[in-house]
Structures are given as structure tokens and as C-alpha cells.
Design a protein around this ligand. Structure first.
Ligand SMILES: Cc1cc2nc3c(=O)[nH]c(=O)nc-3n(C[C@H](O)[C@H](O)[C@H](O)COP(=O)(O)OP(=O)(O)OC[C@H]3O[C@@H](n4cnc5c(N)ncnc54)[C@H](O)[C@@H]3O)c2cc1C
Length: 317
């Protein structure tokens, strides 16, 4: 079922979880260990992220350098199939522009359509960790709006090769990313919003936001979107802060602010356990407020802390 249908049919705020594929060589059991307990809460769907391989340059004996992949998280499509089979739930794969030729994207979308996947989250992806700026694949997309367009075209039965025989229409519901605190590369919030608007005008059906720790940022973002005429659902992305180290990691990796009050509380903590408790309580309060505002879905980034997400959701029921 499409995310937009889940939302339209719901009479209360829905839940969803996001997981990362394990690194190459690891089994899928880690994903089941994360999700099995959370399934008690009957999430509406589960997102599966996609990550570019991490590469380094390795020096050869002759002095030249080889580009080698040191960490890979393959399997987004396969994991989606496994989750749909195990939990009978909608899985939402993330698709990124970075590293993909349009042809590869088209083939991935055909596979997803065969599997009965109804939703995809269309993203640009970031630059590899050893590069400063995002560089598109020579035969790929520069911005996610172009990826959205490719999916929309396939939904109309238009493939890259116009003479393709027996080209059926896909029927994907398309999500895109939104940034309550602005995407870090955008010149200013207004321009960022204009580009978000383009993605929706191109055919995206809903927005999932970057994490935020101050609900006022989400509220203002929704108000700004509505003021520009965007009517699609805006799903808040949520993550617990669970340690003092995250006070610097989260802002530097995700370009988000941590409110002073939360930072003060964490800095007063004596143990990791105390920090986790502070982060859990903070997220519970955020969720209660968002539910009161009738947000469509609470979307949790599990990112290695499923037990905290479990405590948060348990407290909400
Ligand atoms: C909910 C969510 C899930 C994510 N999941 C993943 C994942 O699974 N894998 C992963 O690698 N990353 C993921 N990311 C991170 C994301 O890939 C990065 O934030 C990336 O830097 C931007 O992606 P985007 O789709 O927002 O890009 P875009 O929409 O392409 O925007 C990128 C930048 O370009 C600007 N821009 C957009 N369109 C145009 C245009 N036409 N002309 C000029 N400028 C433009 C925007 O303002 C923005 O600054 C996720 C982010 C979110 C919020």
C-alpha cells in the first residue's frame, strides 16, 4: 500500500522505523533483532536506507594508486523483500542518485516493482566521505528532483529507451527529503524550500524530514511549506540523543542544532545510562507534542538504538 494511502486511511498518528543495511559480510539477523521487538507496535512501514560504498586510495608497489572499497552496505532491495516476507509490511527502499547511472536506477526500480514495493524515498545522497562535494555519476542525476522525474516517467510507462518493448507502467508513491533546519548546502532556507517545492511539483507525494530536536523547527518548516502551497504529508524524522559525544557528532554529520536545555541536561549526566534516560525522556516529550499536533506519522531513525526507540514508543501507548 502507498504511504499516502496509509496516511489517508489512518485515524491516528502512525509509526514507522528506519533501518540501515548491515555492512557487507554480515547477516540479516541483526536487522531482525532490531525490528522483531518493535513490530509489537504495528508500524505502518519500514524504511531501508541505501549507502554508497566507502572508498580509499591504496598505494601499489609501482607507486600508483588504486581506488578500493573498504565498507559496503549492499542489499537494500533484498532486505526490503525479506522484511515484506517476514512481517507482511510495506518496506520503503531509499534510492540515491550518487554512484548510479540512470540505467542502473531504472533496473533497480523494475526489480522493486516486481517485488511489489509500492513506495520509494528518492534522495541525492552525500559526497563520499573522502570527497568534499557531491559529484554526480556521469550518466546519473545531479539532484533528487531528477530522480523523482525518472520515477514519475516510469509510472507513466516511459523508460529511458523509448523503443523498449512491452514497457509497463510502474506505480510508485514517491517520498523526498525535507530539512526543517535547511539542507547544509542550500544558500538559504527560502531557496531550499523552492527546491523542495520543485520536487513536489515534479511528482513527489510526501516529505520525510531530517531529524530535529526542537519541535518548533518542524512546526515552522511545516508552516513555511504550507505557505508556499505545499499540501503533501510531512512526516517528522526522529532520533534520540543518547550520549554526550552526540552533542558534537549530530551537528557535524547531520547539520542540526541541539537545544541548549537538552545539551545542559546531558552535560550534567554522570553516566551513559543517565544520558540515555535524558534522551529518551526528551524524545517522548517531542513525540507527545507531535501527536497532539496530529502529525501523520512518527518516523524513527533506529540507528543502533532500537531499545531506546522501544522505550519511547512504549511510553506513548
Ligand atoms: C529522510 C532522509 C533519509 C535519508 N536517507 C539517506 C540514505 O538512505 N542514503 C543516503 O546516502 N543519504 C540519505 N539521506 C541524506 C541525503 O542524501 C543528504 O542529505 C543529501 O545531501 C541531500 O539529499 P536530497 O535528496 O535532499 O538532495 P536534493 O533534493 O538534490 O538537494 C540537495 C541540495 O541541492 C539543492 N537543490 C535541490 N534541487 C536543486 C536544483 N534543481 N538546483 C540547484 N540546487 C538544488 C538543495 O537545496 C540542497 O541544498 C537522507 C536524508 C533524509 C532527510
Amino acid at each position: 500500500m502507498k504511504i499516502t494511502e496509509h496516511i489517508a486511511q489512518a485515524d491516528k498518528t502512525l509509526l514507522s522505523f528506519e533501518i540501515l543495511p548491515p555492512v557487507k559480510g554480515k547477516g540479516i539477523s541483526q536487522i531482525y533483532e532490531t525490528l522483531d521487538p518493535l513490530m509489537e507496535f504495528k508500524p505502518a512501514f519500514i524504511n531501508v536506507t541505501y549507502h554508497r560504498a566507502e572508498q580509499i586510495f591504496k598505494r601499489r608497489n609501482d607507486g600508483s594508486f588504486d581506488r578500493v572499497e573498504i565498507r559496503k552496505r549492499p542489499g537494500t532491495v533484498g532486505i526490503c523483500a525479506a522484511l515484506m516476507n517476514r512481517y507482511h509490511i510495506d518496506a520503503v527502499p531509499h534510492l540515491i542518485c550518487g554512484g548510479f547511472a540512470k540505467e542502473e536506477t531504472e533496473n533497480a526500480l523494475i526489480d522493486l516493482s516486481y517485488l511489489g514495493v509500492d513506495n520509494v524515498l528518492a534522495l541525492r545522497g552525500d559526497a563520499p566521505s573522502n570527497e568534499k562535494f557531491f559529484t554526480p555519476h556521469p550518466e546519473g542525476h545531479r539532484y533528487s528532483v531528477e530522480l523523482v522525474n525518472q520515477i514519475v516517467q516510469m509510472n507513466k510507462g516511459k523508460y529511458l529507451e523509448e523503443d523498449l518493448i512491452d514497457a509497463g507502467k510502474t506505480d510508485f508513491c514517491i517520498g523526498v527529503a525535507g530539512y526543517p533546519e535547511k539542507h547544509f548546502e542550500a544558500a538559504n532556507p527560502k531557496l531550499d524550500l523552492q527546491y523542495l517545492q520543485q520536487k513536489i511539483e515534479q511528482g513527489a507525494d510526501y516529505i520525510t524530514t531530517q531529524m530535529f530536536f526542537d519541535n518548533n523547527k518542524y512546526k515552522q518548516f511545516v508552516a513555511n511549506c504550507r505557505a508556499t502551497g505545499l499540501q503533501v504529508p510531512i512526516i517528522p524524522g526522529l532520533k534520540p540523543v543518547t550520549g554526550k559525544r552526540q552533542l558534537s557528532i549530530l551537528p557535524s554529520v547531520f547539520h542540526v542544532d541541539i537545544p541548549q536545555e537538552l545539551a545542559d541536561e546531558l552535560l550534567r549526566c554522570k553516566t551513559e545510562k543517565d544520558c540515555e534516560l535524558v534522551g529518551t525522556e526528551w524524545l517522548i516529550a517531542q513525540c507527545r507534542d507531535l501527536i497532539a499536533q496530529k502529525v501523520p506519522v512518527l518516523h524513527f531513525y533506529t540507528l543502533g538504538k532500537p531499545h531506546v526507540i522501544y522505550q519511547v514508543v512504549k511510553a506513548l501507548l
